[in-house]
Design a protein around this ligand. Structure first.
Ligand SMILES: *Cc1c(COP(=O)(O)O)cnc(C)c1O
Length: 367
């Protein structure tokens, strides 16, 4: 007789819903038999990858039979120099997602609570529930994090708080003053994880660089990634910056080789590619203006964003609209599962990709 193996899983695991990624281009090609598909669904950099990164990957290929450097020596040193922090403060991850998971594994567990906002990044509930901890979801204000309410949601059982700045899928950001007020209010034994996945894209003057607050707040952890502005999403490489004791705890729970050799080499190389980063930022700034102008013409509103994506208020159910857009060869992201049923999230693409999206949106809205 066979068991119910789902029922045997830990209670927290039974409560999970699997992460829903953006639809891959190849999948839609298979389903609809169409070509020239535009994917604006996963906040990826629309530019081809940095040539320096590609060259570094080609070189690293000769050593594929060997395990990678488990200490990530070269990348950590490059990052430490760039960020003005000590190597002992860094934790490398298989994407910054990995670092979020390491934080949950090291600091959560049954009886613990983890505070985050409504409409926040979907990975926070995933990593929380998987440890058996209880998610405490704080209602948002104007789609953004309500930091005063989040601080008030802290109890003696709170171990971790996740703050995405800017947040995905809303694009909302918090100011330096508000962040400092949060850190001044939250007890020093609650780890505040400041997720800066879109840091390099942000242009807003009042946006804080979390790394400048690390020395004042030892309970602060900043996470960043090479998946977005640096254009290396497929390689899976990100990092955390924290006080050395937290990094020590994360180092104990991580896989010995959680960052792979090609990712280590490419990330180190891309850090020197200033041109690539500048171009990425410029393409994003111009693309955001293009998307906003197009939405304005269509009479659509959006959530103010600091990232490389836009949560567009489509004024009707987003999921059917998303499906109609698929038939036009345009993949965006429905966000009903983030409590935003009347929005669609669109990633900023190249000029022609944005145009394709706006044309398709106009077509399906008027159909
Ligand atoms: C994309 C994203 C990440 C991380 O992505 P990785 O590819 O795992 O580095 C983390 N946080 C937020 C809010 C994101 O949108």
């Amino acid at each position: 007789m066979s068991c119910d193996f789902l029922a045997l899983a830990q209670p927290g695991v039974q409560k999970l819903s699997p992460y829903q990624p953006g639809k891959p281009v190849e999948e839609l090609e298979r389903e609809l038999g169409i070509r020239g598909i535009v994917k604006l669904a996963s906040n990826e950099n629309p530019l081809p990858p940095s040539r320096r990164a590609l060259a570094a990957i080609a070189d690293a290929g000769a050593q594929l039979a060997r395990y990678p450097d488990g200490s990530g020596f070269r990348l950590k040193n490059a990052l430490a120099a760039r960020l003005g922090v000590d190597v002992a403060q860094l934790t490398l991850g298989n994407g910054s997602n990995d670092v979020l998971e390491l934080l949950a594994r090291a600091y959560l567990g049954r009886d613990a609570e983890c505070v985050f906002s409504a409409h926040a990044f979907a990975v926070y509930p995933l990593v929380t529930l998987a440890t058996g901890a209880t998610p405490v979801v704080v209602p948002a204000r104007d789609w953004g994090h309500d930091l005063v309410a989040m601080a008030a949601a802290v109890t003696p059982r709170t171990r971790v708080m996740f703050v995405a700045n800017p947040n995905n899928p809303t694009g909302t950001w918090i100011t330096r003053a508000d962040l400092e007020q949060l850190l001044d209010t939250v007890p020093g034994d609650v780890i505040v994880v400041l997720d800066e996945a879109y840091f390099e894209y942000v242009q807003e003057d009042d946006y804080p660089d979390g790394t400048t607050l690390l020395s004042a707040y030892p309970n602060l952890v900043v996470t960043r990634t090479f998946s977005k502005a640096w254009g290396l999403a497929a390689l899976r490489i990100g990092y955390g910056i924290s006080n050395p004791q937290i990094a020590d705890a994360l180092n104990r729970v991580r896989q010995p080789f959680n960052a792979n050799a090609l990712a280590l080499a490419a990330a180190e190389a891309v850090l020197d590619d200033h041109e690539f980063l500048e171009q990425s930022i410029r393409v994003n700034r111009e693309g955001l203006q293009q998307l906003q102008a197009g939405c304005r013409e269509l009479g659509l509103d959006w959530v103010p964003t600091a990232g490389n994506f836009l949560a567009v208020h489509v004024g009707r159910e987003g999921v059917p609209l998303y499906q109609q857009l698929l038939h036009e060869g345009v993949i965006v992201r429905p966000v009903a599962n983030y409590g935003m049923p009347d929005h669609l999230r669109v990633t900023v693409g190249t000029e022609s990709e944005n145009r394709r999206f706006l044309q398709a949106l106009q077509k399906v809205l008027s159909a």
